[in-house]
Design a protein around this ligand. Structure first.
Ligand code: ATP
Length: 233
């Protein structure tokens, strides 16, 4: 579903991302964990098309996406929920959602606004409210809802738990888990290893721009009990 091969990227010299290989299959939730400065945000920017790859490739659904402009990536099945959520703050929730629905209109339809409201009742209650007046948790739900209305096959979630109450995080993770069981692929970028290990099947550990460890399916307990491995994150 998503394949990243030998990806390099950066801002100056040397590269920040130094040859990343990542594979995500349909229906998987895969973690990408790493400490501050590991290169997580840089990877998200390259996946989104906001920063060019310097080498290697990104393939979505078998299509080489490496040099596709940012605005065209959703058409190939990729949606990204940025850490700052990137909502149109002066527009209402309904307006934000309708814009996304329109942008996803050429894709096979899996989500519509009634389904979104079912998934996130809190979003349904705030349809007429400007996004900049919502709480952080409500904004995160709208950002996820907007991504889903692009009808993606792969969603990249950049630190969705940041600044949110544990109860809200739990509700969001539950929704993400349900989406994977329907076949959606999710990459959860997460600094908090407790959260990543509670919800992902497997994970890549990023450190100074390299994948230094892969937590295989079923490998979280061993990882969490190995202080050497945990300290690499
Ligand atoms: P955090 O969790 O703190 O966001 P991160 O894992 O997302 O960390 P990045 O933000 O990708 O890490 O940063 C990786 C490296 O790239 C850091 O050394 C950082 O200083 C550098 N960096 C990030 N953005 C820029 C930029 N716009 N120009 C130059 N260097 C940058």
């Amino acid at each position: 579903m998503l394949t990243v091969s030998n990806l390099t990227a950066g801002y100056g010299v040397p590269n920040i991302l130094q040859g990343l290989d990542i594979t995500v299959r349909p229906g998987e939730m895969v973690g990408l964990v790493g400490a501050n400065g590991a290169g997580k945000t840089t990877l998200v920017r390259v996946l989104a098309g906001l920063l060019p790859a310097r080498g290697g490739s990104i393939t979505i659904n078998g299509s080489d996406t490496t040099n596709v402009p940012a605005h065209a990536r959703p058409k190939l099945g990729l949606a990204i929920v940025l850490e700052n959520r990137n909502l149109f703050g002066e527009l209402t929730v309904a307006e934000n959602l309708r814009l996304a629905e329109r942008a996803g209109a050429n894709r096979p339809k899996k989500f519509d606004i009634p389904r979104i409201v079912e998934m996130f009742p809190a979003v349904g209650e705030k349809m007429a409210v400007r996004c900049d007046l919502l709480s952080g948790g409500q904004q995160q739900m709208v950002a996820i809802a907007r991504a889903l209305l692009l009808q993606p096959d792969v969603v990249i979630m950049d630190e969705p738990s940041t600044g949110l109450a544990p109860k809200v995080v739990k509700a969001i993770l539950e929704v993400l888990r349900g989406l994977c069981s329907e076949g959606m692929s999710i990459v959860l970028i997460e600094q908090n290893i407790g959260i990543a290990s509670s919800v992902t099947q497997r994970a890549y550990v990023l450190s100074t721009g390299r994948i230094v460890h892969h937590v295989a399916d079923g490998g979280w307990p061993a990882f969490l009990h190995d202080p050497h491995l945990v300290s690499r994150h």
